[in-house]
Design a protein around this ligand. Structure first.
Ligand code: B12
Length: 236
């Protein structure tokens, strides 16, 4: 069996150099696999992502950020995580590759995150200010398998951060009421973004997401918010 450097903590340390973090581990079931990837059912995997602005600090210093080509963050992510996976002997699946892997379902199983009233998953420590960048999948025989078993969590014991939030300002902050409480009306949202009228969510960020009182200190910085709004609006 191949020997990889250290353990999952070493992998976390390498991720931290890029502002990335380990959100948790899981065993993939049919519910967490993309169509056509059923061969991976039963494999152990690690969910990688970012919270706050640590990743932004690293990404915004990269060639991809500056090279003026499409999808800089996806290209940066692929370069960094493919390299990490090479070092530790796994393969990465990405949230932006098609057919899409159900990252929100995957994250609920691996990371103890649950749906907010906005539909985006809310994390007990980082609130709405996190995202997922990849899942590293390992062979059955990989030495990390038993370590991942120890990371697998019991979803029954989770506290939902929104349970203590009585006012739910997220549901009333959108200037065009695009959140129905069940889903986001993307057309209404985009129509408002295109007017650039006040409040200008393109530069200030999604008013609903910013209204969330949980984990304000993890809120993305101004440049990061603008970057994500631009890439969100660019996807029709
Ligand atoms: C396509 C897509 C979109 C489309 C959704 C269209 C649709 N409903 O089909 C659009 C462009 C609208 C979108 C928007 C956003 N998205 Co989106 N999106 C995706 C993507 C790439 C694929 C979703 C998918 O089809 N999955 C496959 C199916 C089988 O899995 P599923 O879990 O059942 O997927 C459903 C949900 O994920 C849902 N969905 C996707 N995005 C969002 C966002 C919200 C708010 C809600 C309610 C649902 C939702 O649509 C899927 C199909 O019904 C995922 C990444 C991924 N691979 O999952 C990110 C993802 C779900 N999106 C994400 C984010 C953050 C957003 C934005 C906030 C973008 C931003 N600016 O940062 C916005 C939401 C805007 C807002 N104001 O809240 C994150 C969610 C993280 C989290 N904490 O939950 C993901 C996981 C990407 C990531 N790298 O982390 N998104």
């Amino acid at each position: 069996m191949a020997k990889y450097p250290g353990n999952i903590s070493s992998l976390s340390n390498v991720l931290a150099e890029h502002g990335l973090m380990l959100f948790g581990g899981l065993e993939l079931s049919a519910n967490e696999c993309a169509q056509g990837q059923e061969a991976l059912i039963g494999r152990k995997a690690l969910l990688i992502g970012n919270a706050g602005s640590d990743m932004w600090v690293q990404f915004s210093k990269s060639n991809e950020y500056a090279d003026d080509k499409p999808d800089p963050m996806n290209r940066w992510t692929r370069r960094v995580l493919d390299d990490v996976a090479r070092q530790f002997g796994g393969r990465v699946v990405y949230p932006f590759d098609k057919p899409y892997w159900p990252f929100q379902r995957l994250a609920q199983k691996a990371a103890g995150v649950q749906s907010s009233p906005l539909g985006i998953l809310i994390h007990p420590e980082y609130g709405l200010w996190h995202a997922f960048r990849g899942v590293v999948v390992f062979d059955e025989a990989h030495e990390f398998t038993s370590q991942i078993n120890a990371l697998i969590m019991n979803a029954d014991s989770l506290i939902h951060p929104c349970d203590t939030c009585v006012e739910k300002p997220c549901l009333t902050a959108c200037p065009v009421g695009a959140f129905t409480g069940e889903w986001l009306n993307v057309q209404d949202c985009f129509a408002h973004l295109d007017t650039r009228s006040e409040p200008d969510c393109m530069s200030l960020g999604c008013r609903a997401r910013c209204a969330c009182p949980i984990a304000k200190t993890s809120q993305y910085n101004e440049a990061q918010i603008k970057f994500h709004m631009k890439s969100y609006r660019g996807r029709a």
